[in-house]
Design a binder for this molecule. Structure first.
Ligand SMILES: *Cc1c(COP(=O)(O)O)cnc(C)c1O
Length: 332
């Protein structure tokens, strides 16, 4: 794989740090836990969407777009990072936000990511839950096109083969860091939602023949559905990268035991993980994604799935801005 062949806007702060979490490792008395700081990618507080947007927004530029559209949940980190990227490139940005939680709370609806969407100059409209949001977005995009706008639409989470290239790039970067330090990585764990992160990461790791298993902790879909969706996107990404068939179904592992009541609804284990990372490591997780990923990591360590003597990398996908959209769940 040779990523320089793909259009890219280089603005992420890369490489992101790879750090050892000494105090958390000690507290859990299991494997050595490392953290890959993709919360530090450097666009409007960072997060995993920046890597995807480097490739997506480059495609938007190639197509001559003047308006970028995307969609997500009310507290979407992807929407916020897209709004910031568009601002940086001088493009307009319009977002569709889906009310997946039904929260009437002022902070949920206007603070956190929503506040930043507006600060970055994006406009947005809302939708009730349960619609085909990509179809909604395409119909709004058609109206803009009739008015003469050149619209580039990005699917939810930036998860298509173009966006997934950003995580193939992360695989290259992480394996390079591990090689430079003589660090053998036994496992990678991260939160998985719209699948682009895991699909790109696994495809990159397989293309490098790195032999590092990845566990996606689902924030929404059931295990089987999530694995199938990740596999589909990983296979398509492998085709784009010129290594068709490099990913097989056994390479994709998801765990949906930490979703709780549903997407965007904080769990007790997730809130505990937020407090542990904050108190032991001075690190901020978020209530929707990284806290559920970390809850999975912590529980799987406690159950002995990840053991003493092993080295586990937790990929921190960002999202801490949404803490301010979830003050209700956190103040106690
Ligand atoms: C979007 C997001 C994820 C999930 O990544 P996908 O590529 O959608 O699977 C995880 N963590 C955070 C903070 C996110 O914003």
């Amino acid at each position: 794989m040779h990523l320089a062949r793909f259009p890219r806007v280089h603005l992420a702060h890369l490489p992101t740090p790879l750090e050892r979490m000494d105090r958390l490792s000690e507290a859990l008395d299991g494997p050595e836990i490392w953290i890959k700081r993709d919360d530090c990618t450097g666009l409007s507080t960072g997060g995993n969407k920046t890597r995807k947007l480097e490739f997506l927004m480059a495609e938007a530029q190639v197509e001559g777009a003047d308006l970028v559209m995307t969609q997500g949940a009310t507290q979407s980190n992807h929407a916020r990072q897209t709004a910031a990227f568009a601002a940086r490139l001088g493009m307009d940005c319009h977002i569709l936000l889906e009310d997946r939680t039904g929260y009437k709370d002022e902070n949920y609806n206007h603070n956190g990511n929503v506040l930043l969407d507006v600060l970055h100059g994006a406009t947005y409209e809302t939708r009730n839950a349960g619609l085909d949001m990509n179809a909604e977005m395409e119909s709004v995009a058609e109206n803009f096109r009739k008015q003469g706008k050149r619209v580039y639409t990005i699917p939810g989470g930036g998860s298509n083969t173009t966006g997934a290239l950003g995580y193939a790039n992360c695989a290259l970067e992480l394996v390079g860091q591990a090689n430079d330090r003589g660090l053998v990585i036994d496992h990678i764990v991260h939160a998985t939602g719209s699948t682009g992160t895991q699909a790109g990461l696994v495809t990159g790791l397989k293309a490098l023949n790195a032999n590092i298993p990845v566990m996606g902790i689902s924030v929404r879909a059931a295990k089987e559905a999530q694995e199938e969706n990740v596999f589909k996107l990983a296979s398509a990404t492998a085709d784009v990268l010129g290594c068709p068939g490099v990913v097989s179904a056994q390479d994709i592992a998801a765990n949906s035991d930490y979703v709780g009541e549903g997407y965007g609804l904080p769990t007790e284990a997730g809130i505990d993980a937020i407090r542990m990372f904050a108190k032991f490591e001075g690190l901020l997780l978020d209530p929707v994604y990284s806290s559920k990923g970390a809850a999975g990591l912590i529980d799987l360590i406690r159950k002995g799935h990840y053991k003493k003597g092993e080295r586990v990398v937790f990929l921190h996908t960002g999202g801490s801005v949404s803490l301010f959209g979830y003050l209700n769940a956190l103040s106690a």
